[in-house]
Design a protein around this ligand. Structure first.
Ligand code: PHE
Ligand code: ZN
Length: 849
């Protein structure tokens, strides 16, 4: 059954639920084709409720029977739910429904993955399990009985009783239905224990398929580190006697914070040195932390409605970012977060899919799990912290936890805690949640008689539905350097509240070099024309590591732009700056690697678009290669030395220090490979005893058009490992010559190992295709057609993953007329597909405008 006309939901229409849930009893009789779900729910009228009709959400359910207080009832059923007359006071609703987990390819609700049962309920999957008020402001206490012939039967909370073929669970913490979870399968656990500061002895398990037991130790260590960190930094301890994590192979997202039973995409929890890279280890550590941190920011305090999604996601991302910074170093983490924000969120904000951190409406909420809600949402938390200071932030968060524990809260509640705890008026700051688009700050300055004037002018460009923007409250951290690089004015937090403001610094001996937006203090784009010489000073001397890196980044950007526009070779001053950084042993290797890594082809395209030019993907691709070649040639000797000294002796350890050395040596290797015909890379490939070194070498070889033998050997070695094979699929597309990217992707779809129904595998091919700018945007439109064909094929099975991947087309408007036409045609073809899902329909419509 399908809705004929998808409804738009508006934040402004929020109405409190008419009935609240005291308790929920669920009995599952598991069967792949016909699972029975028997529910017994105690409802009571909500005194604050504004709904007058009893309504339960439900989709794709077969209702066998229902009773109210034991009396059979015959509800009125639609494609999206049911209604039924109910008594005036509290009552007990019972329903018996039938669902078909094996037929659930959307991976939303109860489904099967590799023979195990698994659930995904956020945001609105619970309604595919039984009839229920499936909204986060309805919180109930869940008891669950699972009957099934699987050795391991799990749900939220604590185990109550179990026997052969059944188990019962009870979760003492009231929760919204989106946090419900059930897992049943032939699983084994990597187990450990943790004692909280409150003295609670918690059993910890990571449940996996038997063959994966050797890939759990790192995740377990990360979980324990997260538990310690949340106690020490936020004063939050875990609140159940059991914490379970389960790895599943088929999952639309990264992981899910179900109370006491987190479910993870196996790619986000399984880790082992010979199959996972340093980047995988760091990402897994961060995701484990993220889901664990949700226990307080998301579960104990949840969202009133889905418009408030950033309340839990922005805050939890901010928390996991801080955690990673504490463990692995803040400077590099801040650079990586800024890179991600610019690559994903700024791009989203610059196109047809731009939306506020708290959107005002949606058709399908799954389409709003975006970089804006998550990453920009985290930036807003970071800005709040900068504005109120560390102590103010701690006080505000303590108040937030005290005041809203057990509640479903809003952004207004959140900001009120900051105001109440610190006295700050955040009325203007609140605009950040409502106004889409990336603000641009233009910097100008002058220096007269020892006084320096720094003028900042802010402007946020129009976004869909928001033509006119108001000035925002923006913390801009600024420091001043003397011409010799010494710091004359340490970091000062300037608070912009108007469109244009001038700040004065007196008593300076010479015209200073400004270091603006230190530590990337706000998610904005800086328009700041600085001389290459000033940037050179900042690159060499800025006390703020972020801006030190940023100065190098700006130099690199200008070098790339000059190469694209005029075929110019890199400015020797830039090469000197790079050489100095590369050989500066005082700097962390990971930091040096970040400086050495050039802006991506997409970054160059962004810069051209901002300058009002139309990017030519092939030209950018070859210009960037030329620049890389020139850098390699100029820095050959130093790189050779760094490559040798950065090799990490001894057995592999994922710790940050070793990872940093490997990142630097592999960055250098990617340059050296351009000169040595792959000699060093081939040797590294042969000798590698861990995935970081192995795949970095393969990457380098493929990059120069070599490595076909290594690729075949890699496959032979790893064909039994799904996660490594995802890398095998993705890398050869990502590193293909632009003329061959589409054919390579197309031929891989015919590979017997291409399991297109598995989201990870689908993304490994089509994410790599869409991410290869020059290959995907081939002039004849073959890339667009191939992606459209497969999205049309995937949509009926998995709307969520399809809708996500449609975003590959969202940069349409920046390209030339021919490419735009071809993209429009591909999108129109998707739009005209009969029975297209609500998810994909909304995305295509928004992109087409
Ligand atoms: N809430 C999950 C997280 O951020 C993400 C998610 C959303 C997972 C929807 C599945 C479905 O941790
Ligand atoms: Zn999250």
């Amino acid at each position: 059954m399908k809705d004929s006309a998808p409804q738009t939901v508006y934040l402004a229409d929020y109405a409190a639920p008419g009935w609240l849930v005291d308790s929920v009893h669920l009995t599952f009789r598991l069967d792949p084709e016909t699972t029975r779900v028997v529910s017994r729910i105690a409802f009571r009228p909500n005194p604050e409720g504004t709904q007058d009709r009893f309504y339960l959400d439900g989709e794709n359910l077969k209702l066998i029977g229902a009773t109210i207080d034991g009396q059979p009832v015959t509800p009125e059923i639609t494609a999206t739910g049911l209604t039924c007359p109910v008594p005036d006071g509290p009552f007990v609703w019972e329903a018996d429904v039938e669902i078909a987990p094996a037929a659930n390819t959307a991976l939303d609700g109860l489904y099967m993955s590799g023979g195990m049962y698994c659930t995904q309920c956020e945001a609105e999957g619970f309604r595919k399990i039984t009839y229920y008020p499936d909204r986060p402001d309805v919180m109930g206490i869940f008891s669950v009985r699972i009957e099934g012939d699987m050795p391991v039967l799990l749900s939220n909370g604590n185990p109550v009783a179990s026997g052969d073929g059944w188990a019962e669970w009870h979760d003492p913490w009231p929760k919204p239905a989106y946090l419900f979870a059930l897992v049943a399968g032939d699983l084994v656990a990597h187990s450990d224990r943790f004692t909280t500061t409150e003295g609670r002895d918690v059993a910890l398990n990571i449940w996996v398929r038997p063959g994966d037991l050797d890939k759990c130790a790192f995740g377990m260590a990360a979980l324990k580190a997260s538990m310690v960190w949340d106690e020490q930094v936020y004063g939050r301890a875990y609140d159940l006697d059991l914490f379970n994590i389960v790895a599943v192979d088929d999952f639309n997202m990264g992981a899910m914070e179900n109370k006491g039973l987190n479910i993870f995409n196996s790619s986000c929890v399984l880790a082992k040195s010979d199959t996972s890279t340093d980047a995988d280890f760091e990402r897994i550590e961060a995701i484990i932390a993220h889901e664990y941190f949700h226990n307080w920011t998301g579960n104990r305090i949840t969202c009133r409605d889905w418009f408030q999604l950033c309340l839990k996601e922005g805050l939890t991302v901010f928390r996991d970012q801080t955690f990673t910074g504490d463990l692995r170093g803040h400077a590099v983490k801040r650079i990586d977060d800024a890179l991600t924000l610019r690559a994903r969120q700024f791009r989203e904000d610059a196109g047809p899919l731009a939306h506020p951190v708290r959107p005002a409406s949606f058709v399908e909420i799954n389409n709003f799990y975006t970089a804006t809600v998550y990453e920009k949402g985290a930036e807003l938390v970071g800005m709040l912290k900068r504005l109120v200071g560390d102590d103010g932030y701690r006080a505000a968060l303590t108040l937030y936890f005290d005041r809203h524990d057990g509640q479903a809260a809003t952004i207004e509640d959140w900001l009120q805690c900051f105001t109440d705890a610190t006295g700050r008026d955040l009325t203007q700051f609140a605009l950040w949640y409502a106004q889409a688009g990336t603000p641009q700050i233009t910097v100008t300055d002058d220096f007269v008689d020892g006084t320096y004037h720094l003028t900042l002018a802010q402007m946020t460009p129009p976004t869909p539905g928001q033509p006119d923007k108001q000035p925002l409250h923006i913390p801009v951290a600024v420091g001043l350097l003397a011409p010799d690089g010494s710091e004359v004015v340490p970091t000062r937090m300037l608070e912009m509240t108007q469109a244009r403001q001038t700040y004065t610094f007196a008593d300076l001996a010479a015209r200073p070099i400004p270091s603006v937006l230190r530590d990337f203090s706000a998610p904005v784009i800086l328009n700041h024309t600085q001389s290459a010489a000033d940037r050179g000073v900042l690159l060499a001397h800025d006390s703020d590591p972020f801006n030190r890196w940023e100065a190098g980044r700006m130099l690199a950007r200008d070098v790339l732009l000059a190469a694209v526009r005029d075929g110019k070779a890199p400015d020797p001053a830039y090469l000197d700056g790079l050489r100095a950084t590369l050989t500066d042993d005082q700097l962390h290797p990971a930091f040096r690697a970040r400086i050495l890594a050039l802006p991506s082809e997409q970054d160059v395209a962004d810069a051209l678009v901002r300058a009002g030019e139309t990017p030519d993907p092939e030209r950018i691709h070859s210009a960037r290669r030329q620049v890389r070649q020139a850098i390699a040639t100029a820095l050959d000797a130093q790189m050779d030395a760094v490559f040798a000294t950065m090799q990490v002796p001894g057995p592999y350890d994922p710790r940050a220090e070793d990872a940093g050395r490997r990142t630097l040596s592999n960055t250098v290797l990617s340059y050296l490979t351009l000169l040595d015909a792959g000699h060093r890379a081939a040797a590294q490939y042969e000798g590698a005893d861990n995935m970081t070194q192995q795949i970095a070498a393969l990457d380098c070889l493929l990059d120069i058009g070599a490595g076909q033998e290594a690729l075949a050997a890699f496959r032979a070695q790893w064909q039994g490992d799904r996660l490594v094979m995802d890398k095998w699929f993705g890398l050869q597309i990502a590193r293909s010559d632009p003329a061959e990217t589409v054919t390579r992707a197309e031929s891989l779809t015919r590979d017997p190992a291409f399991d297109w129904k598995n989201p990870n595998r689908f993304r490994s091919v089509f994410g790599a295709l869409a991410g290869h700018m020059a290959g995907f945007h081939r002039q004849d439109g073959a890339g667009y057609d191939l992606l459209a064909d497969w999205l049309i094929k995937l949509d009926p099975l998995n709307p969520q993953t399809t809708a996500r991947m449609v975003t590959a087309f969202d940069a349409m408007a920046r390209y030339d007329a021919t490419r735009q036409e071809l993209m429009r045609a591909a999108l129109t073809r998707i739009a005209r597909t009969p029975n297209l899902s609500r998810d994909t329909t909304e995305m295509v419509a928004r992109i087409l405008g």
